[in-house]
Design a protein around this ligand. Sequence first.
Ligand code: SF4
Length: 386
Amino acid sequence: MKIYFKDSIITQLDVEKSIDEIFNNFNLQPLGDVFIKPNFSGRFPIIKSENTSIEILDAVVKKLESIQGVKRVLIGHYSLLSVDKSSFDFDTMINLGGYKDLLKYSKVSFANLDLEAGIEIDIMGFKCYYPKILDNVDFFINMPKIKTHMETGVSLSIKNLMGLVDDRSRKLFHKTNLNEMLGYLGIYFKPNINIMDGLIAMEGNGPHEGENKIINSIISGIDMVELDSFISSLMGINFTNVLHIKKAMELGVGNYASNEILSQYKDKIWSDYKKPDLFMRFGKKIFFWPTTSCSLCHEVMRLLKKKLKSNLLLGLKFYYYAYFSKKRINIILGRCEFMEYFVNDKNICIGICTRNYAEKNNLNCLIGCPPQIENVINFIFKELKV
Ligand code: SF4
């Protein structure tokens, strides 16, 4: 078996049966310490399509609990890049997501990877760090959510590995070459199995502004390139254009799904699956371009929206530009050098990642990583007046 695909999963019993089938079909024989990497968003509110569901985690943990040779089950994650980690830390995520319930299984514990010692690895000449704890586990289960992603096209098994490198390394990915560096993760982290949660997947402008998409599916495989290319094709996305999957394939992490597999499941394609846009629109005239930005700059944009709602004067000023500006206004984030320069528009560059693009096109750029929200507001209005 190369790819496991099951849809029409409705009840918890269906989930458990599916997990049993995966263990049997791939002849999985975990022993000792098992590490599970779920997909935790680390922000409020907990959205179903953003986080690995408790149902599927429960079924996997229950299965592991029943295997005599398994000693411990560690569920580990770094916290999300966040402007204010203290307001939504790892424990809050576990509590609010309902994951604490998994502690009813005697072998389970949670590992806040922020607190673990790091091991240095070299990715494209940059020093990155992953938790030492990973070197001491005997079996690794990768449990991503099926998502679209504005910055990387899709977020599947390879992208989920990004939650295994520390904050500083993740920022570095965004500041340098996100897609290429993601491809390298497949060299360092080799899950024994990837179990993809497609009970409620995410479509549209994921991973931050996407929508829930009920597809009642669990998909599994060992080869991450094969699995991610297969699922991309189910989403109606040409996987050869998904740069991090392509990079992983070129690095020998795995092989694209074969024509045989693709044609076997061609009737299962989710034909109405919403693809991610390259931008988000505000009113008629303001466009946010996230390009390759990280969740920190996204969070700053969310804070901006909040401020505009809570401050009437500010909100009205912004709305005026959003509807009556003569020119289109582009608010640009992330490493955007590949982006077209819209010569007739007003272009506003936010964050240090945009510096090269700004310099090349003779624009001002608000330095900061991420910039403070007050500075962002002042900078945007100053630029709008010019
Ligand atoms: S400038 Fe923004 S997008 Fe770039 S790494 Fe810093 S916070 Fe992330």
